[in-house]
Design a protein around this ligand. Structure first.
Ligand SMILES: NC(=O)c1ccc[n+]([C@@H]2O[C@H](COP(=O)([O-])OP(=O)(O)OC[C@H]3O[C@@H](n4cnc5c(N)ncnc54)[C@H](OP(=O)(O)O)[C@@H]3O)[C@@H](O)[C@H]2O)c1
Length: 323
């Protein structure tokens, strides 16, 4: 078992591993985790290493629902060992029937949660997240149906994703006003190269005591250290699906970062995970993995280096204006 640390998700009693597992690779075409066997290998390696936090969504997988279906098959006997998070509210292309864009509505959320529970083969979801703001449905209505799901025991805690700072504050206020359970977590894009959350989202997250879950924390794998100006492994997501990320990456800055890591004898992966985990409010880094060795490496790398506050600041400064 790796030497993983655990934190509460914000001001809640839900404890998660600081290295979580992003599950959007399960059922993703042309990856090692496209199949049931590939998914099983990653999931069981993660649990055996002490990773407890698994983050999926109803929409993930080559076809909608496939990540949840593969996870449900994998987890059966080990469901109690993990904290299972999923999401609703992205366009399921009719899989839950017509929704008229109101995917935070009482009508739709009921359909979505039953479908996720069925695919995941479980009676409860530990963290149920609104995947994206619903501009049609008042947030009071979404909070109200989520409140009912908690009372019924189908959902334990609720979170949100892709909300702006003012939407986070509004949801907090409406929960208090309506006497509903509050969202305990926020999931937004955040990495060394995407720092927009620092402007409005992270201040709101910290003001209200939410736990923060950064998505694309390794910038699609760029900060694992396996890429250079000239390319990387052919079977990686970046090389096969997003080669433009390599073309547009600020290589001068990344190479300075490589030198910073080399001076201290740490890998870029360890330094990046340590920098993320040093950010106030951050609860779990939900990097994805397509192979068991990746999640094992991430679980180990996270505690290999403890940067000083000055070193955290130096990394932040290095990427303030990347070139
Ligand atoms: N809320 C939202 O709107 C939203 C949006 C996107 C994602 N997410 C969540 O965020 C999670 C993480 O995102 P992500 O997985 O796309 O991005 P990421 O963490 O930035 O990149 C992870 C990718 O890097 C590679 N990798 C990971 N560990 C590695 C290691 N030790 N060595 C070498 N390569 C390694 C793997 O891809 P390859 O093997 O292909 O290189 C892996 O899929 C998702 O699973 C999902 O749960 C949420």
């Amino acid at each position: 078992m790796a030497n993983i640390e655990y934190r509460t998700l914000g001001n809640s009693g839900l404890v998660v591993s600081t290295i979580g597992l992003g599950c959007n690779n399960f059922g993703r075409p042309n990856t090692a985790s496209e199949t049931q066997a590939g998914t099983d290998a990653v999931i069981h390696a993660a649990i055996d290493a002490g990773v407890t936090f698994f983050d999926t969504a109803d929409i993930y997988g080559g076809e909608r629902g496939l990540s949840e279906t593969l996870m449900g098959n994998s987890l059966k006997r080990r469901r109690n060992e993990i904290v299972l998070a999923t999401k609703f509210g992205m366009d399921m292309a009719g899989a839950n029937g017509p929704d008229w864009g109101a995917r935070g509505s009482r009508r739709y959320v009921r359909l979505a949660v039953e479908a996720s529970l069925r695919r995941l083969q479980t009676d409860w979801i530990d963290l149920y997240q609104l995947h994206t703001p619903d501009h049609t449905t008042p947030i009071e209505e979404t909070l109200s149906v989520l409140d009912d799901l908690i009372t019924e025991g189908k959902v334990r805690y609720i979170g949100h994703s892709n909300l702006s700072g003012w939407q986070i504050a509004d949801a907090e206020y409406k929960a208090v006003l309506g006497g509903h359970p509050k969202f305990i977590s926020a999931q937004n894009e955040y990495s060394l190269l995407v720092r927009g959350a620092e402007l409005e989202v992270l201040p709101a997250v910290n003001a209200y005591g939410l736990g923060f879950l950064p998505f694309f924390p390794l910038y699609n794998g760029l900060f694992t250290g396996k890429f250079s100006r000239s390319g990387g492994p052919a079977d990686s997501r970046i090389m096969s699906l997003r080669p433009h990320l390599l073309e547009t990456a600020p290589w001068d800055t990344i190479e300075k970062y490589e030198a910073f890591c080399a001076e201290r004898g740490v890998s870029m992966l360890s330094a990046t995970l340590a920098w993320l985990l040093a950010q106030p409010g951050l609860s779990s880094v939900i990097a994805g993995a397509t192979k068991p060795e990746q999640i094992l490496q991430n679980a180990t790398a996270a505690t290999e280096w403890t940067p000083t506050a000055a070193e955290v600041a130096e990394i932040s400064e290095l990427f303030a204006n990347p070139s």
